[in-house]
Design a protein around this ligand. Sequence first.
Ligand code: MTE
Length: 321
Amino acid sequence: MLIRRKKSWEIREVLATPEAVFLDRRRFLAGTGAAAGLIASAPLRSALGAQDGDPSAGLYPVKRNPAYTLERPVTPEQINSTYNNFYEFGSYKQISKAAQSLVIRPWEVRIDGEVEKELTLGIDELLARMPLEERLYRLRCVEAWSMTIPWSGFAFKALVDLARPLSAARYVRMETFYNPKMARGQRQSWYPWPYVEGVTMAEATNDLAFLVTGAYGKPAAKQYGAPLRLALPWKYGFKSIKSIVRFTFTSKRPVNFWQQVAGREYGFWANVNPEVPHPRWSQATERVLGTNERIPTRLFNGYGEQVADMYAGMKGEKLYM
Ligand code: MTE
């Protein structure tokens, strides 16, 4: 994101799906009218193998919510699972192998701060209590690449309801695990670990805010931020914090990881806007991983209808960085 000045959306040749293979898959998906469930078909599953032994495997695939489908083809799992930002395991894209050292059981999630009753619960208990569904979402990274992903999970609002926040709660602060023994990237002490993100209560309860537990019809691969990560498709990808262990309801606006690292380049809001360039590059277009097409970026990543109202009249806020 920050340090490497080369075009970070460029993927190594070896990782790109040959066009013919990709187009064939598109035709196949178009023909069946399905995407995610089929992409999780047996040959791919064994090729990627990342979720073997996950105790939540029996919960997937979950039912697709038809309100969240897209005109773009789903990014092949092989591409998505080998091109990730997860600085806990290295500050480059090919962290998928290193991320397999992430231990996802036991995994406790703490809900605290301005809530009726603070609460700690295991991920499997949380999964059992939440209404799981599948949604197709776009993801637009601040580095100007994008993907389309079949996420499984539950509406953030369901977790807010479980937490029963007090009226003093104005933001939700989220935190990733901290364990430098397990995650070698966390030994890089110049980063302000643990990774932190924050949203307003309005954002957390917006219909689009989604807590991800699975992808491609099975439990989320570790490199996606298993066992619990956020998906905010109208914001730059860095807001979608991975491997969350804590939700704190608070009256104070959290300062997120990238704001702490480079506050002149990354802000709290980070809403996608093609007309507001990053200080070091344009945000007008994006490179679609899988096809390498370059397409125009849309305001709020195309989700303006669902989210623009939340930002109306917010003068003086840097809404797009
Ligand atoms: N969460 C944590 N804990 N650590 C990270 O390094 N990277 C962010 C976000 N969440 C990151 C994180 C960035 S910059 C992006 S673009 C997305 O995760 C990438 O998600 P993906 O690897 O599933 O595509």
